[in-house]
Ligand binder design. Structure first.
Ligand code: NAP
Ligand code: SF4
Length: 674
């Protein structure tokens, strides 16, 4: 057995978890959608049928104060809807456990009725919460207990109570959000009281044979957050109060340390869980950036945890654990930690899905059924859109030829993978290379398909995924030798000077800036470098892991200015959950950012601009153009001229929407229908 620790059952006394893998909690938006429970049932059942050990649902609010109009379990009617989910999971595999997460956001509720131990507004919340009086506290405890009892009636095997992230329970624990002077505030014993009463009373209400998980912030990444002693004290007290399992979390949402973005090293935080594991006698769960079975196995082998929680990796590939069990890990569609289609969607009120797997949360809508008639399909261009189309069409039984002019598949992914912190794209390329073998796709590298050849081969269908060409802005002097395209910079074809201006501050402008301002070796950073750059002290664990620790970011050797014409803040269009990390990193490296700029001309002096109608010259050696793209449709036009029908996908279809998420999504839906 390749992953002996990951696949080892865990005996909880009254029940057994079949292996050490947990699909972690993630709000998807299905919870609130019409017909969402049917879709949620299919979503979870697919993971249950593929060897996951235990599933934890997205957070469900225990009462009105905590719901902000979202999913709630406070009545029999609401509980009944969950039967669809629990029945579907247990039918898919009776050995799989499913627990419901009870989430009371406290001050993070999007509501004027938000409640908290004290009226302390979170940096990221819209409202000042209402301070709970004693009766209010008792009500919150009762509602948690009632919610757990209803979850039990609804067929769940357990509940997870979230006591981290800046949600209600955690705000009782931390001094700066709990200013109370009664028995729920002041001393740490008092600040723990709320959490412990919830656990004790829940245990008493649900009986012994029900899984009760409590999620704690084992490192909350807050200045003045919880000390290590407080965490251990809480862990021991929770154990005494009756939890079955302690789950570790590593942040509050308002913290300024990234904990799940792609630049976070894999399994960066598990040693913290490992330290806690030595102090308690109940199993502990670890999480964050564990995205392949070998990473999970190493974490367990180090003794860092008893169970490994993976939320996004299970969105990216519902058969993650089946592939691990069957030794087919090279077929895993790996989560690249981009957040673009999951958390960025969640926090923008959109339905969660996955950039690399558009079926996630769409299991009842997007299915790759066997084709009724196998067609011969030519896909021209092996970038994200072409790869997704070819893979889905071939999986369905079509005979696919995939043409690629360069010597390797990947298109724009090959640029992305070289950006520091984006190394996970190598996994996506590994996945597609393997899918090409598995589905017997006729891959023709170094082959520029032309209309004549395609016509001569008599394909039933031609798909043009020839991608994009970088846009050249209409600026006087644009052909000056100082000017280079982002592609030439990323591929290393053109040198970059010491003083640099970057025209265009979209995703690629930021990527290029990251690349040329980065010092140190290329490749994924290790945990120590990450800790130093973000000001985290894993060894001494000061309060929150960060108190008094200054981030140490090396200033860029280059003098760089990133420019855009829009008046909005530079980088405002980046991903909601990750944009801030890029803005902060570049600012710490000393990169200048200018908005509301008008480009006047380029000459030997540098880049001439107007800002607020004031002329300025930015003296530079190199000007890198990152001004978006235009579709590359030469082949499509040739095919049309020859009277051959073809379909455009990806950047060749719509360069404005060029991003891997849109490209893979569009290609997958089209290939599912061909
Ligand atoms: P983009 O996001 O559309 O940005 C293009 C930039 O060029 C904008 O800042 C725009 O700002 C500027 N621009 C557009 N036309 C211009 C012109 N004629 N002259 C001068 N400036 C011009 O495009 P991108 O950066 O090339 O990214 C392409 C796609 O890949 C996007 O969909 C992006 O989301 C995706 N991507 C995402 C990431 C990520 O990490 N999430 C990373 C890389 C790429 P102004 O008009 O204000 O000047
Ligand atoms: Fe992972 Fe990105 Fe998919 Fe989210 S969208 S699950 S981060 S690959």
């Amino acid at each position: 057995m390749k992953y002996p620790r990951l696949l080892e059952p865990l005996d909880l006394g009254f029940t057994t978890i079949r292996n050490r893998s947990i699909m972690g909690s993630m709000h998807t938006g299905l919870e609130e959608m019409d017909g969402g429970f049917e879709r949620m049932a299919a979503y979870f059942a697919e993971r249950a049928a593929n060897n996951i050990g235990m599933i934890i649902t997205g957070g469900i609010a225990p009462n009105e104060e905590s719901s902000s109009g979202g999913a709630m379990m406070s009545s029999d009617e609401e509980a009944e809807k969950h039967r669809l989910v629990t029945d579907a999971v247990h039918k898919a595999d009776p050995d799989v456990k499913i627990c419901m997460q009870i989430l009371h956001p406290g001050p993070l509720a999007y509501s004027k009725n938000a409640v908290a131990p004290s009226a302390v507004k979170s940096r990221i919340a819209p409202f000042v919460p209402n301070e709970l009086d004693k009766a209010g506290i008792q009500k919150q405890i009762n509602d948690h207990v009632k919610c757990a009892v209803m979850a039990q009636k609804a067929g769940y095997d357990g509940v997870e109570i979230i006591g981290s992230a800046g949600y209600l329970i955690s705000t009782f624990l931390v001094q700066k959000t709990n200013l109370r002077e009664d028995e729920y505030g002041g001393s740490y014993e008092n600040r723990m009281r709320f959490a412990l009463e919830i656990v004790e009373q829940t245990r008493a209400a649900v009986g012994d044979n029900f899984i009760l998980i409590f999620r704690i912030a084992a490192m909350d990444m807050l200045e003045g957050g919880m000390s290590w002693e407080e965490i251990i004290t809480l862990g021991k007290a929770l154990e005494k109060a009756g939890v079955t399992i302690i789950s570790t979390h590593f942040t509050w949402h308002e913290s300024a340390v990234p904990t799940i973005a792609t630049m976070v090293p894999r399994a960066a935080f598990t040693s913290v869980t490992g330290r806690l594991r030595k102090e308690v006698n109940v199993p502990v769960i670890t999480s964050n950036r564990i995205n392949m079975p070998d990473v999970a196995e190493e974490v367990l082998a180090r003794g860092d945890a008893d169970l490994v929680s993976m939320a996004r990796p299970l969105l990216a590939d519902s058969a993650f654990m089946r592939k691990a069990v069957e030794g087919r890990e090279d077929e895993i569609n790996t989560c690249i930690a981009c957040n673009q289609a999951c958390l960025d969607h969640t926090f923008s009120g959109k339905l969660t899905t996955c950039l690399v797997n558009p079926r996630a949360c769409h299991e009842t809508i997007l299915n790759y059924e066997p084709a009724t008639e196998a067609k011969r399909i030519a896909v021209v261009g092996a970038g994200p859109a072409g790869l997704a189309y070819a893979t889905v069409a071939a999986e369905r039984g079509h005979k696919v030829s995939l043409f690629e002019a360069s010597s390797e598949i990947g298109g724009q992914f090959n640029l992305a993978k070289t950006i520091p912190g984006k190394e996970e794209f190598y996994e996506t390329l590994r996945y597609y290379n393997r899918m090409i073998e598995v589905h017997d796709i006729d891959l023709r590298l170094n082959t520029r398909a032309d209309a004549e050849t395609l016509k001569a081969e008599g394909f039933d269908q031609v798909i043009v995924s020839t991608g994009i060409k970088p846009r050249t802005p209409d600026i006087e002097g644009i052909n000056h030798p100082k000017v280079v395209s982002y592609i030439d910079v990323i591929t290393g074809k053109k040198p970059v000077g010491q003083k640099v201006a970057i025209i265009g501050a979209g995703g690629i402008g930021f990527d290029v800036c990251e690349l040329i301002s980065h010092s140190g070796p290329s490749g994924a950073v290790d945990r120590d470098v990450f800790a130093a750059e973000w000001g985290v002290d894993f060894e001494n664990h000061p309060r929150g892991g960060v108190t008094g620790v200054e981030p140490k970011v090396a200033k860029s050797d280059r003098e760089i200015t990133l420019l855009q014409r829009k008046e909005s803040r530079v980088g405002a269009g980046l991903g909601k959950t990750t944009g801030w990390t890029h803005r902060l990193t570049l600012a710490r490296r000393g990169v200048g950012m200018m908005n509301g700029v008008e480009y006047v001309k380029i000459d030997d002096e540098g880049l001439h601009i107007l800002q607020n109608d004031q002329p300025q010259i930015i003296e530079v050696d190199t000007i890198i153009i990152c001004a978006g793209q235009d579709p590359l449709r030469d082949l499509y036009e040739d095919l049309e001229a020859q009277g051959l029908s073809a379909e455009l996908i990806g950047g060749a279809y719509e360069a404005k929407e060029l991003d891997a998420k849109a490209a893979i999504n569009q290609a997958s839906y089209m290939a599912a229908a061909v």
